[in-house]
Structures are given as structure tokens and as C-alpha cells.
Design a protein around this ligand. Structure first.
Ligand code: A5A
Ligand code: MG
Ligand code: ZN
Length: 470
């Protein structure tokens, strides 16, 4: 049930972030929020997933400083142009003005690449594949929102790689895209992978591939980006290696990043009018047990609950033994998105059963007390599959094709989703299309499809995706 959520998405979002105890939004600095312990656990399990994917593909985790001296930050012309309005500066140490201003990293190319200059000597040192998970700061001037547009991005995972050829960098882009696909698939978050237009690529990149998901209000959220930096940064940071013939060559680089937005997407994708529904893989509590006490049967129920918890100890189980009505407990755990609830009362014990309610469908059934562990695991797996399938179904329904600007404009205005249409490749036509439909040129879709450019009427080879983005 997503009526309330679809009707007023912003209200649903702000409400649930707080009520489910993901973030406390009362911190007195704009764009900065506090992770509640429950939200922080979701974050931790999500990071476990990405760490595992990166580690098993040969990435190594590292940690670079938060502060970047102005002269390094300013080296790459496009990069500084893209970020200078978004940087927080440290200008004083105590009361002393600093000789060299220090930037709070808005991203870490300019912190990491001076070290690559020192680390990279010969082709034998390559490739380098590192990542870090850190906070970064961006002085965002658009409307800030919890997890979505932060001034302190608290969960910035950035990977940086160095290669000896463009082919090797291209192969790395492919690997990165595959890693992010696997990551979002694990979370059941649907996405499209599109190539951003040149005027919207990462500052300093040769090109940018972006992952976008679509929210219930039809707006898109960029949830990850993969950038081919070519030799742009290598040339400004003088990162060279000796090739096998003994010649000095500039290195090729890539970088790719995700942020707190991934968690926003996770919560929004699976949430409904009752609250969150967190996929079992990243749920802080996978299964909550609610004892149903009757006057003189409390001890018997409690003994059985202890046994049940012990049998389910491979899972993240919580027993809610608060002295409040069961109905209030159901309500709380539904908001928090616990995927499975088990109710256990005297009648269940008598019949050798437990009552289970799955959060994704709210379906209530009973399962046998025997082999309860296998049954619970089976239901959790089924929840995971259902969440993912349902999310992709909804996502696909929000992707439209249009052969006229009026039609495209209407779909977007009504908040139905994104629109695919033809584009000849000229920037001027891109701008016309953006203006006419009052939306953003999100990027070029991978699959080729002949059509007509809606900017000029000439034949087009590319389909582009347009929409309103967060
Ligand atoms: N160094 C590269 C990886 C980089 O910084 N790329 S990026 O600028 O595109 O940021 C990576 C990801 O961070 C984006 O795809 C987006 O999902 C997220 N992001 C960017 N600005 C954000 C903000 N203000 N709040 C939350 N997430 C943000
Ligand atoms: Mg920006
Ligand atoms: Zn055109």
C-alpha cells in the first residue's frame, strides 16, 4: 500500500526517516544530520555489501586526510571550476590565519593524486585500485534533504584506480559498473545506467556513467557515478610510469563513487504507507519475536520464546518483551521495516506452530514449530526476491517513450517518471529539448535505437533519458 507515499512523497520521507529512527534531523547546522543507532546499523550492513564486492575484485581500502591544501585543490582547471562554489575552507588554526588555506574534501582526487605521483614508478606498480569510505563536505545551495542532498556526506565511498592504458581504464569502467549493478541488485534497488552528456560530466572527467533510480514522485535520484578520467589528472598531477620499453608515460585513471543516497534509495524503494521494509540482507533486525502473554501462561510462553530465539540464532533476531500491547509492538516494527514478525502465544504452543507475518505483503500465516529455522530462512529469501521483483516492476512502469515534445512534457509534468526520446547528438538540441519539456537531460541510454531528434527533426541514433532529478 503506497497511497499516502505516492500522494505526498516528501512528507512520507521526512516523517519516516525520523519515526523509523534512521536520522535525527534536528541537528542545528543546515544539511548535517545525526545517525540514530538503528539507522547506523542499516548503514553498516549496506557498507558490508559494497566492501565485500570491492575487496573480492582486488580493491584495497585506504584512508586519506580530510584537509587538502589550496595549491593541490586548484591544480586541475575543470575540477576546480566544478567544485569551487561548493567548498568549505579552513582558514584559521585557533586565532592564527593559515598561510595555506585548507579545503574540506568535497571528493578526494586532489588529496589522493599527489600521493599517486609518489607511488607510481613503473608499469609493474599498475594497476592501483584503492577505495575509502569517508565523510566529504559540499556547500550545496539547492534544497538540502536528509541522505539525499547533504552538506556533510557521511557515507562517501570513492574508489580511485590507475592504469597503463586507455583500454585498461575502459575495462575498469566496465568492472566498476558491474560492481555497482551487483551492489544495487543485492539491495533490490532498480536503476538505469546512462552516459551523462558532456556538459554534465564530473569536473575533470573524459566521460561519466551514472546510475539513476526513480522515486514515487517521478523524480530521479543519481545513486552512483563512474568516471573515466583519461590522462586529465595524470597530466596536472604529473603521474607518470615507465613502460616496458623504458619510456615515461602519463597514467590513465578512473574513479567511482556512491553515497548516503544509496540508503535513501533503499528505504524509499521498499517502503510503503506503514513505514519501511528493509531487505533481510541489510536489516538490523531480520526477525522480531513477539510473545503473546495470557494471564497464567506467561512463564510457559517466555520459556518457549527463549528456545525459539536460540534456534534462530544464525539470524539477527530480537525479542520484544516490553510491557505494552502486542498491537503497539507490531506498529513500531512495521515502521522500522523488520522483514519478518513471529508471534508466539499459548495457542501456538499447544498446536506446535508459530504465527508469522511478512512485512512486504503483510500476509499472516502459521508455520510448524518443527524446522522453524529452515522455514524462516525460506520466507526471508522469498521476501528478498519479492522486494526486488516488485521494485523493478514499478521502475519499468515509470520509463516512457515519447515521439513528441508535448507528450514528453506532459508525462514529466504529471510526475509519472522519465521519458526516452530521440536526440541527434548536438548540444544545442539537448538544450532545446530540456527547455521545451522543462526537465533535465539525464543522459544517453545504452541501447541504440533509430528515431527522430526532437530538437531538430533530423534522424537520431541515440535515445536519451530526460526527467526531473533530485
Ligand atoms: N570522485 C567521484 C567519484 C565523485 O565525487 N563523483 S560525484 O561527484 O558524482 O559523487 C559521487 C556520488 O555521490 C554521486 O553519484 C551521488 O550519488 C552522491 N552525491 C553527490 N553529491 C551529494 C550530496 N550533496 N549529498 C548526498 N550524496 C551526494
Ligand atoms: Mg553537485
Ligand atoms: Zn537535433
Amino acid at each position: 500500500m503506497r497511497e499516502k507515499m505516492n500522494r505526498n512523497f516528501s512528507e512520507w520521507y521526512n516523517d519516516i526517516i525520523e519515526k523509523a529512527e534512521i536520522l535525527d534531523i534536528r541537528y542545528p547546522v543546515k544539511g548535517l544530520y545525526v545517525w540514530f543507532p538503528y539507522g547506523f546499523k542499516v548503514r553498516k550492513y549496506v557498507l558490508d555489501v559494497i566492501r565485500e564486492l570491492l575487496d573480492k575484485t582486488g580493491h584495497q581500502e585506504a584512508l586519506f586526510p580530510l584537509l587538502i591544501p589550496e595549491h593541490e585543490f586548484a591544480k586541475e582547471a575543470q575540477h576546480i571550476k566544478g567544485f569551487e562554489d561548493e567548498v568549505f575552507w579552513v582558514t584559521h588554526g585557533g586565532r592564527e590565519p593559515l598561510n595555506v588555506k585548507l579545503a574540506l574534501r568535497p571528493t578526494s582526487e586532489t588529496a589522493i593524486y599527489p600521493m599517486f605521483l609518489v607511488w607510481v614508478r613503473s608499469h609493474a606498480d599498475l594497476p592501483i585500485k584503492i577505495y575509502q569510505i569517508v565523510n566529504v563536505f559540499r556547500y550545496e545551495t539547492k534544497h538540502t534533504r536528509p541522505l539525499i542532498r547533504l552538506r556533510e556526506i557521511t557515507t562517501f565511498k570513492e574508489a580511485h584506480t590507475v592504469h597503463e592504458s586507455m583500454e585498461s581504464a575502459e575495462a575498469q569502467i566496465e568492472e566498476a559498473i558491474q560492481i555497482y549493478k551487483n551492489f544495487f541488485d543485492e539491495l533490490g534497488v532498480p536503476y538505469s545506467v546512462i552516459r551523462r552528456p558532456d556538459w554534465d560530466k564530473f569536473p575533470g572527467a573524459v566521460y561519466t556513467m551514472a546510475f539513476d533510480t526513480i522515486f514515487p514522485d517521478g523524480r530521479t535520484l543519481q545513486i552512483g557515478t563512474v568516471h573515466n578520467l583519461g590522462q586529465n589528472f595524470a597530466k596536472t598531477f604529473n603521474i607518470k610510469f615507465e613502460d616496458s620499453e623504458g619510456n615515461q608515460q602519463y597514467a590513465y585513471q578512473t574513479c567511482y563513487g556512491i553515497s548516503d543516497r544509496v540508503i535513501a534509495a533503499l528505504l524509499v524503494t521498499h517502503g510503503d504507507d506503514h513505514g519501511l521494509c528493509i531487505p533481510p540482507k541489510v536489516a538490523p533486525i531480520q526477525c522480531v519475536i513477539i510473545p503473546i502473554w495470557y494471564k497464567n501462561k506467561k512463564d510457559e510462553v517466555d520459556r518457549e520464546v527463549v528456545k525459539l530465539k536460540e534456534e534462530l540464532k544464525d539470524l539477527r533476531v530480537h525479542v520484544d518483551d516490553r510491557d505494552i500491547r502486542p498491537g503497539s509492538k507490531y506498529f513500531d516494527w512495521e515502521i522500522k521495516g523488520v522483514p519478518l514478525r513471529i508471534e508466539l502465544g499459548p495457542k501456538d504452543i499447544e498446536e506446535g506452530k508459530v504465527t508469522v507475518v511478512r512485512r512486504d505483503t503483510m500476509e499472516r500465516t502459521t508455520i510448524s514449530r518443527e524446522n522453524v529455522k529452515e522455514s524462516v530462512k525460506r520466507i526471508l529469501a522469498s521476501i528478498t526476491d519479492n522486494l526486488k521483483a516488485r521494485a523493478w516492476d514499478e521502475f519499468k512502469k515509470k520509463i516512457y517513450e515519447a515521439t513528441s515534445l508535448e507528450n514528453a512534457r506532459k508525462i514529466i509534468k504529471e510526475g509519472r517518471g522519465v521519458v526516452r526520446l530521440g536526440w541527434c547528438g548536438d548540444e544545442a538540441c539537448g538544450k532545446i529539448i530540456e527547455d521545451e519539456i522543462d526537465a533535465d537531460f539525464l543522459g544517453i541510454v545504452d541501447e541504440k535505437k533509430d528515431g527522430v531528434c526532437l530538437g531538430c527533426g533530423r534522424t537520431s541514433r541515440n535515445m536519451i533519458q530526460v526527467g526531473r532529478s533530485y
